[in-house]
Design a protein around this ligand. Structure first.
Ligand code: ADP
Ligand code: MG
Length: 359
Protein backbone atom coordinates (compact mmCIF):
# COMPACT_ATOMS: atom_id res chain seq x y z
CA UNK A 1 0.00 0.00 0.00
CA UNK A 2 2.71 2.47 1.00
CA UNK A 3 4.76 1.71 -2.08
CA UNK A 4 1.69 2.24 -4.17
CA UNK A 5 0.74 5.54 -2.56
CA UNK A 6 4.30 6.78 -2.82
CA UNK A 7 4.48 6.18 -6.52
CA UNK A 8 4.65 9.57 -8.19
CA UNK A 9 3.94 10.19 -11.80
CA UNK A 10 6.41 12.58 -13.33
CA UNK A 11 4.64 13.13 -16.61
CA UNK A 12 2.77 16.28 -17.44
CA UNK A 13 -0.56 15.52 -19.01
CA UNK A 14 -1.61 17.36 -22.09
CA UNK A 15 -4.84 17.55 -24.03
CA UNK A 16 -8.22 16.14 -23.22
CA UNK A 17 -7.64 12.57 -24.28
CA UNK A 18 -8.00 9.70 -21.95
CA UNK A 19 -4.81 8.24 -23.31
CA UNK A 20 -1.92 10.69 -23.07
CA UNK A 21 0.82 10.52 -25.69
CA UNK A 22 4.49 11.02 -24.94
CA UNK A 23 7.24 12.54 -27.01
CA UNK A 24 8.19 10.16 -29.80
CA UNK A 25 11.68 8.75 -29.30
CA UNK A 26 11.82 8.14 -33.02
CA UNK A 27 10.55 11.27 -34.76
CA UNK A 28 10.30 9.33 -38.02
CA UNK A 29 7.87 6.79 -36.67
CA UNK A 30 4.69 7.22 -38.69
CA UNK A 31 1.55 8.02 -36.77
CA UNK A 32 -2.09 8.47 -37.70
CA UNK A 33 -5.01 9.49 -35.54
CA UNK A 34 -8.67 9.80 -36.44
CA UNK A 35 -11.87 10.64 -34.62
CA UNK A 36 -15.04 8.72 -35.42
CA UNK A 37 -18.50 9.36 -34.02
CA UNK A 38 -20.49 6.15 -33.79
CA UNK A 39 -22.57 4.21 -31.25
CA UNK A 40 -23.43 7.54 -29.53
CA UNK A 41 -19.74 7.89 -28.71
CA UNK A 42 -16.72 9.94 -29.73
CA UNK A 43 -14.04 7.40 -30.67
CA UNK A 44 -10.34 8.17 -31.13
CA UNK A 45 -8.13 5.74 -32.99
CA UNK A 46 -4.39 6.47 -32.86
CA UNK A 47 -1.86 4.07 -34.32
CA UNK A 48 1.90 4.15 -34.91
CA UNK A 49 4.03 2.32 -37.43
CA UNK A 50 4.36 1.87 -41.15
CA UNK A 51 0.77 0.82 -41.76
CA UNK A 52 -0.81 3.22 -39.28
CA UNK A 53 -2.84 5.20 -41.85
CA UNK A 54 -4.18 2.09 -43.53
CA UNK A 55 -5.04 0.53 -40.17
CA UNK A 56 -6.92 3.45 -38.62
CA UNK A 57 -9.15 3.65 -41.69
CA UNK A 58 -9.71 -0.11 -41.57
CA UNK A 59 -10.74 0.41 -37.95
CA UNK A 60 -13.21 3.10 -39.02
CA UNK A 61 -14.74 0.70 -41.56
CA UNK A 62 -15.00 -1.91 -38.82
CA UNK A 63 -16.76 0.56 -36.51
CA UNK A 64 -19.31 1.36 -39.23
CA UNK A 65 -19.78 -2.32 -40.07
CA UNK A 66 -20.47 -3.33 -36.47
CA UNK A 67 -22.73 -0.36 -35.84
CA UNK A 68 -24.75 -1.43 -38.90
CA UNK A 69 -24.96 -4.97 -37.57
CA UNK A 70 -25.56 -4.44 -33.86
CA UNK A 71 -27.36 -1.12 -33.41
CA UNK A 72 -30.79 -1.24 -31.86
CA UNK A 73 -31.87 2.08 -33.31
CA UNK A 74 -30.66 1.36 -36.87
CA UNK A 75 -33.74 -0.24 -38.51
CA UNK A 76 -31.70 -2.40 -40.91
CA UNK A 77 -29.39 -3.96 -38.32
CA UNK A 78 -29.52 -7.66 -37.49
CA UNK A 79 -30.36 -6.77 -33.90
CA UNK A 80 -33.36 -4.75 -35.10
CA UNK A 81 -34.43 -7.65 -37.32
CA UNK A 82 -34.35 -9.94 -34.28
CA UNK A 83 -36.17 -7.45 -32.06
CA UNK A 84 -38.99 -7.06 -34.57
CA UNK A 85 -39.29 -10.67 -35.76
CA UNK A 86 -42.37 -11.35 -33.64
CA UNK A 87 -41.08 -14.70 -32.37
CA UNK A 88 -40.19 -15.89 -35.89
CA UNK A 89 -36.79 -17.61 -36.18
CA UNK A 90 -34.33 -15.30 -37.96
CA UNK A 91 -30.96 -16.15 -39.52
CA UNK A 92 -28.07 -14.01 -38.24
CA UNK A 93 -24.33 -13.90 -38.99
CA UNK A 94 -22.22 -16.39 -37.06
CA UNK A 95 -20.55 -13.39 -35.47
CA UNK A 96 -23.85 -12.07 -34.08
CA UNK A 97 -24.78 -15.45 -32.72
CA UNK A 98 -21.37 -15.82 -31.03
CA UNK A 99 -21.84 -12.42 -29.41
CA UNK A 100 -25.35 -13.33 -28.23
CA UNK A 101 -23.94 -16.50 -26.70
CA UNK A 102 -21.13 -14.58 -25.03
CA UNK A 103 -23.76 -12.22 -23.61
CA UNK A 104 -25.72 -15.22 -22.31
CA UNK A 105 -22.59 -16.58 -20.63
CA UNK A 106 -21.83 -13.24 -18.93
CA UNK A 107 -25.42 -13.03 -17.80
CA UNK A 108 -25.14 -16.46 -16.23
CA UNK A 109 -21.82 -15.91 -14.47
CA UNK A 110 -22.83 -12.47 -13.14
CA UNK A 111 -26.08 -13.68 -11.62
CA UNK A 112 -28.14 -11.81 -14.22
CA UNK A 113 -26.72 -8.37 -13.37
CA UNK A 114 -25.56 -8.21 -16.99
CA UNK A 115 -28.55 -8.91 -19.20
CA UNK A 116 -28.98 -7.79 -22.82
CA UNK A 117 -32.72 -8.58 -22.63
CA UNK A 118 -33.08 -5.50 -20.42
CA UNK A 119 -33.79 -3.65 -23.72
CA UNK A 120 -37.54 -2.94 -23.22
CA UNK A 121 -36.79 -1.45 -19.80
CA UNK A 122 -34.00 0.75 -21.21
CA UNK A 123 -36.54 2.00 -23.77
CA UNK A 124 -39.20 2.62 -21.12
CA UNK A 125 -36.77 5.03 -19.46
CA UNK A 126 -36.44 6.71 -22.85
CA UNK A 127 -32.75 6.00 -23.42
CA UNK A 128 -33.37 4.86 -26.98
CA UNK A 129 -36.21 7.33 -27.51
CA UNK A 130 -36.40 11.05 -28.19
CA UNK A 131 -37.27 11.84 -24.58
CA UNK A 132 -36.47 10.38 -21.20
CA UNK A 133 -39.19 9.67 -18.65
CA UNK A 134 -39.72 7.83 -15.37
CA UNK A 135 -41.93 4.77 -16.03
CA UNK A 136 -44.53 3.65 -13.50
CA UNK A 137 -43.86 0.64 -11.29
CA UNK A 138 -46.72 -1.22 -12.99
CA UNK A 139 -45.17 -0.63 -16.40
CA UNK A 140 -41.76 -1.82 -15.17
CA UNK A 141 -43.26 -4.91 -13.53
CA UNK A 142 -44.93 -5.80 -16.82
CA UNK A 143 -41.75 -5.33 -18.84
CA UNK A 144 -39.59 -7.27 -16.39
CA UNK A 145 -41.58 -10.43 -17.09
CA UNK A 146 -39.93 -10.41 -20.55
CA UNK A 147 -36.41 -9.86 -19.22
CA UNK A 148 -34.13 -12.86 -18.76
CA UNK A 149 -31.87 -14.80 -21.09
CA UNK A 150 -34.25 -17.77 -21.02
CA UNK A 151 -36.31 -15.70 -23.47
CA UNK A 152 -33.42 -15.49 -25.97
CA UNK A 153 -32.93 -18.56 -28.19
CA UNK A 154 -29.61 -18.36 -30.01
CA UNK A 155 -28.31 -21.91 -30.19
CA UNK A 156 -27.84 -21.77 -33.95
CA UNK A 157 -27.18 -18.73 -36.18
CA UNK A 158 -29.67 -20.14 -38.68
CA UNK A 159 -32.61 -19.71 -36.35
CA UNK A 160 -32.46 -17.17 -33.55
CA UNK A 161 -35.66 -15.96 -31.94
CA UNK A 162 -36.91 -13.99 -28.97
CA UNK A 163 -40.01 -14.75 -26.94
CA UNK A 164 -42.99 -12.41 -27.26
CA UNK A 165 -42.23 -9.05 -25.63
CA UNK A 166 -38.48 -9.68 -25.35
CA UNK A 167 -35.90 -7.49 -27.09
CA UNK A 168 -32.11 -7.34 -26.88
CA UNK A 169 -29.76 -4.38 -26.49
CA UNK A 170 -26.05 -5.01 -27.04
CA UNK A 171 -25.08 -1.51 -25.81
CA UNK A 172 -23.39 -2.99 -22.75
CA UNK A 173 -21.03 -5.20 -24.75
CA UNK A 174 -20.76 -3.88 -28.34
CA UNK A 175 -17.89 -1.44 -27.78
CA UNK A 176 -15.87 -4.10 -25.99
CA UNK A 177 -16.37 -6.44 -28.91
CA UNK A 178 -15.42 -3.62 -31.26
CA UNK A 179 -12.20 -3.18 -29.24
CA UNK A 180 -11.47 -6.91 -29.71
CA UNK A 181 -11.98 -6.55 -33.47
CA UNK A 182 -9.73 -3.50 -33.66
CA UNK A 183 -7.05 -5.39 -31.70
CA UNK A 184 -7.25 -8.03 -34.44
CA UNK A 185 -6.63 -5.36 -37.09
CA UNK A 186 -3.67 -3.97 -35.13
CA UNK A 187 -2.21 -7.46 -34.95
CA UNK A 188 -2.77 -8.23 -38.64
CA UNK A 189 -1.13 -4.97 -39.67
CA UNK A 190 1.92 -5.30 -37.39
CA UNK A 191 1.07 -2.12 -35.52
CA UNK A 192 3.68 -1.76 -32.77
CA UNK A 193 1.74 0.69 -30.60
CA UNK A 194 -1.69 2.33 -30.55
CA UNK A 195 -4.38 3.72 -28.31
CA UNK A 196 -8.01 3.05 -29.07
CA UNK A 197 -10.52 5.07 -27.11
CA UNK A 198 -14.16 4.15 -27.63
CA UNK A 199 -15.83 6.30 -25.01
CA UNK A 200 -15.23 4.48 -21.76
CA UNK A 201 -13.55 1.55 -23.54
CA UNK A 202 -9.79 1.99 -23.96
CA UNK A 203 -7.24 -0.35 -25.51
CA UNK A 204 -3.59 0.43 -24.75
CA UNK A 205 -1.63 -1.49 -27.41
CA UNK A 206 2.11 -1.84 -26.91
CA UNK A 207 3.98 0.96 -25.17
CA UNK A 208 4.50 4.64 -25.88
CA UNK A 209 7.10 5.71 -28.44
CA UNK A 210 9.51 6.56 -25.61
CA UNK A 211 9.23 3.01 -24.26
CA UNK A 212 7.13 3.83 -21.19
CA UNK A 213 3.58 2.52 -20.62
CA UNK A 214 0.51 4.40 -21.85
CA UNK A 215 -1.16 6.57 -19.22
CA UNK A 216 -4.88 6.06 -19.06
CA UNK A 217 -6.92 8.44 -16.96
CA UNK A 218 -9.77 7.05 -14.88
CA UNK A 219 -12.33 9.85 -15.14
CA UNK A 220 -13.34 11.47 -11.87
CA UNK A 221 -17.13 10.90 -11.95
CA UNK A 222 -17.62 14.08 -9.91
CA UNK A 223 -15.93 16.10 -12.67
CA UNK A 224 -17.32 14.43 -15.80
CA UNK A 225 -16.82 17.48 -18.01
CA UNK A 226 -13.23 18.11 -16.98
CA UNK A 227 -11.03 16.26 -19.48
CA UNK A 228 -8.22 16.27 -16.93
CA UNK A 229 -10.37 15.53 -13.91
CA UNK A 230 -9.11 12.08 -13.00
CA UNK A 231 -9.72 9.85 -10.00
CA UNK A 232 -6.34 8.38 -10.88
CA UNK A 233 -4.05 7.28 -13.67
CA UNK A 234 -3.29 3.79 -14.88
CA UNK A 235 -0.04 2.87 -16.59
CA UNK A 236 -0.91 0.16 -19.07
CA UNK A 237 0.66 -1.85 -21.89
CA UNK A 238 -1.30 -4.36 -23.94
CA UNK A 239 -4.38 -3.98 -21.81
CA UNK A 240 -8.02 -3.03 -21.96
CA UNK A 241 -9.51 -0.56 -19.48
CA UNK A 242 -13.29 -0.28 -19.62
CA UNK A 243 -15.38 2.05 -17.47
CA UNK A 244 -19.10 1.90 -16.69
CA UNK A 245 -20.61 4.74 -14.75
CA UNK A 246 -23.83 6.53 -14.10
CA UNK A 247 -22.38 9.99 -14.60
CA UNK A 248 -22.31 10.29 -18.38
CA UNK A 249 -25.69 9.27 -19.74
CA UNK A 250 -28.48 10.33 -17.42
CA UNK A 251 -31.42 12.70 -17.07
CA UNK A 252 -32.88 14.55 -14.13
CA UNK A 253 -36.47 14.75 -13.01
CA UNK A 254 -37.79 16.37 -9.83
CA UNK A 255 -34.24 16.82 -8.59
CA UNK A 256 -33.33 13.14 -8.99
CA UNK A 257 -30.83 11.76 -11.51
CA UNK A 258 -31.61 8.62 -13.50
CA UNK A 259 -28.80 6.96 -15.48
CA UNK A 260 -28.70 4.33 -18.22
CA UNK A 261 -27.39 1.22 -16.44
CA UNK A 262 -30.42 -0.70 -15.25
CA UNK A 263 -30.55 -3.25 -12.45
CA UNK A 264 -32.49 -6.13 -14.01
CA UNK A 265 -33.71 -7.10 -10.53
CA UNK A 266 -35.64 -3.84 -10.10
CA UNK A 267 -35.98 -2.22 -13.52
CA UNK A 268 -34.52 0.95 -12.00
CA UNK A 269 -31.12 2.54 -12.66
CA UNK A 270 -28.63 0.60 -10.54
CA UNK A 271 -28.22 2.20 -7.14
CA UNK A 272 -25.46 0.08 -5.66
CA UNK A 273 -23.29 2.67 -3.97
CA UNK A 274 -20.83 2.76 -6.87
CA UNK A 275 -20.49 5.69 -9.23
CA UNK A 276 -18.05 4.06 -11.58
CA UNK A 277 -16.32 0.76 -12.22
CA UNK A 278 -13.21 0.40 -14.39
CA UNK A 279 -12.26 -3.13 -15.38
CA UNK A 280 -8.68 -3.78 -16.53
CA UNK A 281 -7.45 -6.95 -18.22
CA UNK A 282 -4.54 -8.00 -20.43
CA UNK A 283 -4.87 -7.92 -24.18
CA UNK A 284 -2.94 -10.86 -25.58
CA UNK A 285 -1.10 -9.50 -28.64
CA UNK A 286 -0.48 -12.95 -30.05
CA UNK A 287 -3.99 -14.24 -29.47
CA UNK A 288 -5.48 -16.33 -32.18
CA UNK A 289 -8.69 -14.63 -33.15
CA UNK A 290 -11.06 -16.47 -30.88
CA UNK A 291 -13.56 -13.67 -30.65
CA UNK A 292 -15.36 -12.40 -28.59
CA UNK A 293 -12.28 -11.87 -26.41
CA UNK A 294 -11.02 -9.99 -23.38
CA UNK A 295 -12.32 -6.60 -24.56
CA UNK A 296 -15.83 -7.99 -24.68
CA UNK A 297 -15.33 -9.54 -21.25
CA UNK A 298 -14.23 -6.20 -19.74
CA UNK A 299 -17.26 -4.43 -21.18
CA UNK A 300 -19.77 -7.00 -19.93
CA UNK A 301 -18.12 -7.18 -16.51
CA UNK A 302 -17.89 -3.41 -16.04
CA UNK A 303 -21.65 -3.12 -16.54
CA UNK A 304 -22.37 -6.11 -14.29
CA UNK A 305 -20.03 -5.06 -11.46
CA UNK A 306 -21.52 -1.58 -11.49
CA UNK A 307 -24.94 -3.15 -10.89
CA UNK A 308 -23.56 -5.52 -8.21
CA UNK A 309 -22.01 -2.89 -5.95
CA UNK A 310 -18.72 -2.96 -4.08
CA UNK A 311 -19.11 -6.03 -1.91
CA UNK A 312 -20.41 -8.36 -4.59
CA UNK A 313 -17.98 -6.95 -7.15
CA UNK A 314 -15.03 -7.72 -4.86
CA UNK A 315 -16.44 -11.15 -4.22
CA UNK A 316 -16.68 -11.71 -7.97
CA UNK A 317 -13.12 -10.44 -8.46
CA UNK A 318 -11.83 -12.91 -5.86
CA UNK A 319 -13.86 -15.97 -6.76
CA UNK A 320 -15.14 -15.90 -10.35
CA UNK A 321 -12.00 -17.29 -11.98
CA UNK A 322 -12.00 -14.39 -14.49
CA UNK A 323 -8.62 -12.71 -14.76
CA UNK A 324 -9.09 -8.97 -14.34
CA UNK A 325 -8.54 -6.06 -11.96
CA UNK A 326 -10.64 -3.05 -11.17
CA UNK A 327 -10.91 0.50 -9.90
CA UNK A 328 -14.15 1.27 -8.07
CA UNK A 329 -15.27 4.81 -7.29
CA UNK A 330 -17.84 4.80 -4.51
CA UNK A 331 -20.61 7.25 -3.65
CA UNK A 332 -18.97 7.80 -0.25
CA UNK A 333 -15.83 9.18 -1.91
CA UNK A 334 -13.49 6.20 -1.87
CA UNK A 335 -11.44 4.78 -4.70
CA UNK A 336 -10.89 1.06 -4.30
CA UNK A 337 -8.11 -0.53 -6.39
CA UNK A 338 -7.51 -4.29 -6.60
CA UNK A 339 -4.01 -5.59 -5.89
CA UNK A 340 -3.13 -6.69 -9.43
CA UNK A 341 -3.01 -3.11 -10.73
CA UNK A 342 -2.14 -1.25 -7.52
CA UNK A 343 1.42 -0.57 -8.66
CA UNK A 344 0.23 0.75 -12.01
CA UNK A 345 -2.28 3.11 -10.42
CA UNK A 346 -1.49 6.66 -9.31
CA UNK A 347 -4.12 8.50 -7.26
CA UNK A 348 -5.03 12.05 -8.26
CA UNK A 349 -5.36 13.84 -4.98
CA UNK A 350 -7.35 16.72 -6.49
CA UNK A 351 -10.51 14.57 -6.44
CA UNK A 352 -10.51 14.44 -2.64
CA UNK A 353 -11.01 10.66 -2.49
CA UNK A 354 -9.73 8.23 0.11
CA UNK A 355 -7.73 5.49 -1.63
CA UNK A 356 -7.83 1.83 -0.65
CA UNK A 357 -6.05 -1.17 -2.03
CA UNK A 358 -7.69 -4.56 -1.65
CA UNK A 359 -6.36 -8.06 -2.14
P1 ADP B 1 -21.58 2.62 -21.93
O1 ADP B 1 -22.63 2.28 -22.94
O2 ADP B 1 -21.71 3.98 -21.34
O3 ADP B 1 -20.21 2.28 -22.36
P2 ADP B 1 -22.04 0.18 -20.44
O4 ADP B 1 -21.05 -0.65 -21.17
O5 ADP B 1 -22.11 -0.03 -18.99
O6 ADP B 1 -21.87 1.71 -20.67
O7 ADP B 1 -23.45 -0.18 -21.10
C1 ADP B 1 -24.61 0.49 -20.79
C2 ADP B 1 -25.62 0.18 -21.88
O8 ADP B 1 -25.95 -1.20 -21.86
C3 ADP B 1 -26.93 0.93 -21.70
O9 ADP B 1 -26.95 2.10 -22.46
C4 ADP B 1 -27.95 -0.08 -22.20
O10 ADP B 1 -28.01 -0.01 -23.61
C5 ADP B 1 -27.35 -1.39 -21.83
N1 ADP B 1 -27.66 -1.85 -20.46
C6 ADP B 1 -28.21 -1.16 -19.42
N2 ADP B 1 -28.29 -1.92 -18.33
C7 ADP B 1 -27.78 -3.14 -18.65
C8 ADP B 1 -27.59 -4.35 -17.94
N3 ADP B 1 -27.92 -4.50 -16.65
N4 ADP B 1 -27.04 -5.40 -18.62
C9 ADP B 1 -26.69 -5.28 -19.93
N5 ADP B 1 -26.84 -4.16 -20.65
C10 ADP B 1 -27.37 -3.10 -20.02
MG1 MG C 1 -20.32 -2.53 -20.55
Amino acid sequence: MRRWMAFVLAAVLTGGLTACAGTPADPDEAQESIQVIAMDTVMIISAYGEKSTHTVYMAEDEIRRLEGLLSRTEPDSQVSALNHADEQPTAVDGEVSRLLNAAALYSEVTGGTFDISIAPVVSAWGFTEAENRVPSQAELDGLLTHVGMEHVHAESPDAVWLDQGTQVDLGGIAKGYLADRIAMLLRENDIPRATISLGGNVLAWGDRPDGTPWRIGVQDPKRPDDAEGFAGLLQLEDAYAVTSGGYQRYFEQDGKAYHHIIDPATGYPADSGLISVTVVADCDREASDGLPGTGTMCDALSTALFVMGEEKALDFWRNSGYDFDMVLVTADDRVVVTAGIAEQFTPDEAGGYAYEMVS
